[in-house]
Design a protein around this ligand. Sequence first.
Ligand code: IPM
Ligand code: MN
Length: 355
Amino acid sequence: MYNIAVLPGDGTGPEVVDEALKVLTAVAKLRGFEFCTTRYDFGGDRYLSTGKIIDDADITELRRYDAILLGAVGHPDVAPGVLEKGLLLKLRFDLDQYINLRPVKLYPGVECPLAGKTPADIDFVVVRENTEGLYTGAGGFTYKGTPNEVAMQIMCNTRHGVERCIRYAFELTRKRNRKKMLTLCAKTNVLTFAHDLWWRAFNEVGEEYPDIKKDYAHVDATCMWMVKNPEYFDVIVTCNMFGDIITDLGAMIQGGMGVAAGGNINPVGVSMFEPIGGSAPKYTGKSVINPVAAVAAMAMMIENLGEIEAAHAVETAIMSVTANKMKSMSAGKMGHSTSQVGDLIVEALPDGGNA
Ligand code: IPM
Ligand code: MN
C-alpha cells in the first residue's frame, strides 16, 4: 500500500492531477497494487486567504508519505517568487530532493519543432542538481536603492552536493544501458571556481565507472547540440540553474510543456513528481490543458516506488494515445478535453484498463 500526498496546487494543477490519479487508479487495479491519497491545498488560493504557504510542521507531515504528486505552483495574484520559493523550492530543499530528473523524450505522433527529427533522435535524460547552485538564496544587497547598489547572488557548490548528484547520474547512465555516455554540462571556461569543482568531481567519480563514456559540453554548446543533434545525448548532468534552462529547451523539443514531466528525487527519502509546465492561469477550469505531462510524472512516481511494469504500461499507453488519438499537444488543440485524454490513456492500457 503506497501512501501518496497529492498537492494539486494552483491553476490547471488540479485538472491535470485528477487525470494522473484516474490513470493511477486504473493501472493499480491492472497490476495489483494499492495506494491511498491525501490531498493538501498548499498554493496560491490558500496563501491569499490564510497568509500561509507551507511550514515546518507540514514538511514533517509530508515526510511520512511514500511519494508526493504535485500539480502546479504559481498564482497570478501572488507576487512572483513568493510561492516558488515558499512552496516549490522549500519542498525540494527541506525534503533534500537533490536530483531533478527530467527525461527529454519525443513520443510518437508528437510534433517536434526540429526539422527532420523523430522519436528515435530525441530520447535523453537531464539530471539537474536540485538543492544548491544559484538556488540557495545566498547573497544580498548593499547600498540598496542607491546608484552604488550592489546585488550579489551566490552560486553555492559543495563537494558533497556535487558529488552525490554526479554519482546518481553515473548510476543512471549505467542502468539506462544505452549509449553509456554521461555528458557534464557546465561552463568551466568562465566559472573557474564553481565548475572547476564540478569538473574535478566528475572526473574523480568517473574513475569508478570505467564502463561509462565521460563527455563534456559547455552549457551554450549543449543548447546548440540539443537543437542540432539531440540524438547525440544519453544522460546529461548539470547544475541547478543550467538544468532549469536546458530542460525548458528540452521540453520544447519533446513537444512542449504539455508533455514534459520531472521528478524531484531524494533516493533515501520522499520524492516529488510534477509536470514541468506551470499553472497556466489562462486555461484554468476550461478542461483544455494537456494532462500528458502529469500522467507521465505519475508514471515516473510509480517507477520510483518500484512498480516498474506499471510505469512501463502507463508510458506505453501514453505513446499509443499521442500516436493515434491526439491532434496536438497544445492546450485547446488536442482534439479532446483534458478528461477525455485521461480516459483515452486508461483505455490504451492493457485490457482497456478493465482488469
Ligand atoms: C522549474 C521551475 C522552477 C525552477 C521555478 C518555478 C522556481 O522553473 O521547476 O523548472 O526554477 O526550478
Ligand atoms: Mn524551470
